[in-house]
Ligand binder design. Structure first.
Ligand SMILES: [Zn+2]
Length: 269
């Protein structure tokens, strides 16, 4: 099934559409980041000012642009709004654009959009609250398997479709590896990380799980050293690992093929 290699849209139009879609979905990601942990509906009520609860008018709710026009303040009460809202929107849009440039206008690219936003939502919720929301990871596993079966290419040999077997092996690798780490580290790794890595494995396969783990550990060690040296945090300071796993998974998605072929090339000499 080479569905994923047939472009739906191409060229500059697709890049512009991807970036705009990224801004809009990024705005929705902000809603999820703030409401999912409180078990609130992500659909209603419409966005409100966090301070005065005045509903935000449509023209004041344009991603990034409204924030800049209103100079980061609520139109009704003037309270300053966190710069993280436009930052999340911009980050989501940049990653959508990169995915569009990298993978072209295929059905797989639209699935990767979903994957990117899921990882962004997980990153910020885990950073804020040290929780990886089941609302994302539990549906993410079967959706990832379905995509792996029907539309995703193998992230390391892009001319080949992934298939259900590779997707299942990936999810199982993510689950078992992180279940073992959680067991050995006695709580250093939580149930959220296990489910998150099963989801990532379904999308990126078992090699993706290994590469994500390697990249996340490198980034996590650097961040840990930084916190110890510059912020005076102790060795036991609790640092959520979800953001590092998300970053590792995105790097594996975008650069996995290059990293692995570089490694094989240099490993042979
Ligand atoms: Zn207000």
């Amino acid at each position: 099934m080479f569905l994923s290699l047939r472009p739906l849209l191409e060229g500059t139009t697709f890049y512009v559409v991807s970036a705009i879609l990224g801004l809009i979905v990024g705005s929705f990601a902000n809603v999820c980041i703030h409401r999912l942990p409180k078990n609130e509906s992500v659909v209603k009520p419409a966005s409100r000012c966090p301070k005065c609860l005045t509903p935000i008018r449509m023209w004041d709710n344009i991603p990034v642009i409204s924030y800049l026009l209103l100079r980061g303040r609520c139109r009704a009460c003037g309270v300053s709004i966190s710069a993280r809202y436009p930052a999340v929107e911009a980050l989501n849009a940049i990653l959508y654009l990169l995915a569009a440039l990298r993978f072209g206008g295929s059905t797989a690219t639209f699935f990767y959009f979903l994957f990117i936003t899921a990882l962004i939502v997980i990153t910020f919720i885990d950073y804020d609250l040290q929780i990886i929301p089941d609302e994302i990871t539990l549906p993410g596993i079967p959706i990832g398997l379905l995509a792996g079966w029907l539309i995703l290419p193998d992230p390391f040999y892009r001319a080949v479709n992934m298939g259900i077997t590779a997707s299942l092996i990936g999810a199982a690798t993510g689950f078992l590896l992180y279940y073992s780490i959680a067991f050995i580290s006695r709580g250093g790794m939580g149930g959220g990380d296990i489910k998150m890595m099963a989801m990532i494995g379904a999308v990126l396969g078992w090699k993706g799980v290994i590469l994500t783990t390697f990249l996340a550990s490198c980034a996590g060690s650097i961040a840990g050293l930084y916190l110890m040296v510059f912020k005076g945090k102790g060795r036991k300071a609790k640092v959520p690992f979800g953001p590092f796993l998300a970053a590792g998974a995105l790097m594996s998605l975008f650069l996995g093929q290059e990293i692995v072929s570089w490694y094989i090339w240099h490993g042979q000499r």
